[in-house]
Design a protein around this ligand. Sequence first.
Ligand code: GLU
Length: 382
Amino acid sequence: PWQDDHGDVHINRGYRVEFNSALGPYKGGLRFHPSVSLGTVKFLGFEQIFKNALTGMPIGGGKGGADFDPKGRSEDEIMRFCQSFMTELYRHLGEYTDVPAGDIGVGTREIGWMFGQYKRITNRYESGTLTGKGLAWGGALVRPEATGYGAVFFLQEMMKVQGRSVDGRTCVVSGAGNVAINAIAKLEQLGGTVVACSDSQGYVYDPDGIHLPTLREVKEVERKTLEAYAERRPNSQHHVRGNIWEVPCEIALPCATQNELNASDAARLVANGCLAVAEGANMPTTPDGIEILRQGGVLFGPGKAANAGGVATSALEMQQNAARDSWSFSKTEAKLAEIMSSIHEQCAATAEAYGRPGDYVLGANIAGFVKVAEAMCALGLI
Ligand code: GLU
């Protein structure tokens, strides 16, 4: 329960699914979105187990969230909801038990309000209980950038196998949240031109390449829709409720949400000459979409491999918290790049070993599963 600014009381439903702790404490984000249900949290938590295993870090798998809709709510209202949510959740958490982080609708600001409430209730400054914290209070450099950067590092590794690179390529990135913004930043650093991104209201096409400072101002500071971006960039066009996958590109990064790229979108990408798709979001491509990309010869990096950089860097944050240490940006980014390259290597080697070279879906599923299954057997069956 939480109280809005007029004093009215609202009730939302919250969840935490602690799925598997064979490799470490339950680990995974919290999502605040009206679409959140037990089913959503279960599929996300299930994927998280194998994603976390692929990182090679000591983390189990879990996920949580609530059907609370932060859209249109004041800062105070969101803070009160975060506090109420943590008032119930705190008893299930702990650095050796279950360590949540952010996801859709939950960023550093919300983690701060939840960490504050955890600290108040338990009387413990237990930094390792939540990740994605602010830098001044136990957070780690590169954690905000990590999911987007990691997806691009994975993409680079896939392209390298084919003797290709990101430089000079036209890219489309769906979403305009934390993952998308940082994926765009890394693609642009590597010489790619990102011509479109999207939000729940539609997409923006900017033939000159998405202008990051403007995008950040609109999305991170003003929290407005992409219409405000288009107003500030005269050469760009805002397509209300348009489908971003109609924009021709060589590289496509779905970084918004589940099931956002279906079979007809995949067919359009293939027809437009797309070379590679790396999933920054969790399960954004539908199974028939994946099949069409495969048949079309498009490189495909599934989310549980390609977007593992976020949770991997959360584990690096836990490592720094445990040692009461803080690492530089360049050291942490180099570690992230190393982890992404190792995930790519594991997926590629496993796909090869199972007779399906280049099939990163099969490689990621089997490599992740085997690690978890072996640990579960080693810990004894009851
Ligand atoms: N929500 C992110 C994910 O889907 C990050 C989880 C974490 O850092 O614990 O992997």
